[in-house]
Design a protein around this ligand. Structure first.
Ligand SMILES: *[C@@H]1O[C@H](CO)[C@@H](O)[C@H](O)[C@H]1NC(C)=O
Length: 306
């Protein structure tokens, strides 16, 4: 516990900043990202439930996957290699804390999800995409009714969990995906908030599954990702325009940025958002889901923003 306290104090010290220009602020962020990630990993190993819950484990899996994907396609410098291996090692340790013997149904589900991004995965070249989305769509109307729209659409929690299970348990060579799951992924019906982000996360998981190419041409995943994230960009613009600021939408905002950031869209993965998320930490230190999302978001920023 003492060690945890010390490393907590250290990461606080590292956050103190007196930047003068945007460029200086970005450079500083760049240097501090590894510390932020270590800070979140420390929090996972010290403060929270042991073993890490399903959401934390999923975040660890995803962060590891991003690092491996990057290393596979872009030869790291010596410094990067050391950093990446060290991060992977810490993440692996956290993931391997054993579950209890008697698993509840929810734990069973999470046990199953431990297979996500493990077997039958396909690593793809990661890249940052500039200007691929439509940044100038009208969002004022959406902003006015956002509160009532945000729970609309599919998939709901149950549907989303089932579809995720279907994707994780897909097997080569049959690659048979349920119709319900396929229809969730390709639906162009109205969806907002977490319903929409779950749609995109499921799409990303399928896109990186060995079965992806058997189910549809690679370009289709990209195109669907672009369509969904265009809608999500509108939601983010609407949220940002609200008089109270992000307010109660912080968790959703970061989920949107994290998931569309996985596709490399610069509108979501950028220094402005890194700084935005950083600015929440002094007064919002203990929201687990935000920490889990931030772990993935910061890791992706570390890998793709230069
Ligand atoms: C989720 O949606 C399905 C299909 O519309 C519905 O049958 C089910 O009751 C919903 N579940 C929840 C928890 O809302």
């Amino acid at each position: 516990a003492t060690l945890c306290a010390i490393s907590g104090a250290l990461s606080l010290l590292l956050q103190v900043s007196e930047s003068t220009s945007v460029a200086a602020a970005e450079e500083e962020q760049q240097q501090q990202l590894p510390q932020r990630i270590y800070g979140l990993l420390d929090k996972l190993s010290c403060g929270r439930k042991q073993p890490p819950d399903a959401s934390a484990k999923f975040a660890l899996l995803l962060a590891e996957f991003l690092i491996k994907q990057k290393m596979r396609y872009v030869p790291p410098t010596r410094y990067e290699r050391q950093l990446y291996y060290h991060l992977l090692h810490r993440m692996e340790q956290l993931k391997s804390i054993p579950n209890s013997a008697n698993l509840s149904p929810i734990e069973m589900q999470s046990k199953l999800l431990e297979n996500a991004f493990q077997r039958n995965v396909q690593l793809l070249p990661p890249s940052l995409k500039y200007g691929a989305l439509n940044a100038n769509a009208e969002y004022e109307q959406l902003a006015m009714s956002y509160e009532s729209l945000v729970n609309r659409g599919q998939p709901n929690r149950t549907q989303s969990d089932l579809c995720m299970r279907d994707i994780v348990t897909l097997s080569v060579p049959s690659c048979k995906l349920s119709l319900q799951c396929l229809s969730i992924l390709t639906s162009e019906q109205e969806a907002y908030g977490y319903q929409r982000t779950h749609q995109v996360l499921l799409l990303y998981m399928l896109q990186h599954h060995k079965c992806a190419a058997r189910l549809s041409p690679p370009r289709l995943y990209e195109e669907l990702g672009r369509l969904h994230c265009n809608e999500i960009l509108n939601e983010q613009n609407a949220i940002r325009s609200l008089a109270l600021g992000l307010g109660s939408y912080k968790d959703l905002y970061l989920e949107q940025a994290t998931i569309c950031g996985l596709f490399g869209f610069n509108e979501f993965l950028n220094w402005r958002n890194v700084m935005e998320v950083d600015s929440w930490y002094p007064d919002k230190p203990d929201e687990q889901h935000i920490d889990d999302l931030a772990l993935v978001y910061y890791t992706n920023a570390l890998l793709l923003l230069h």
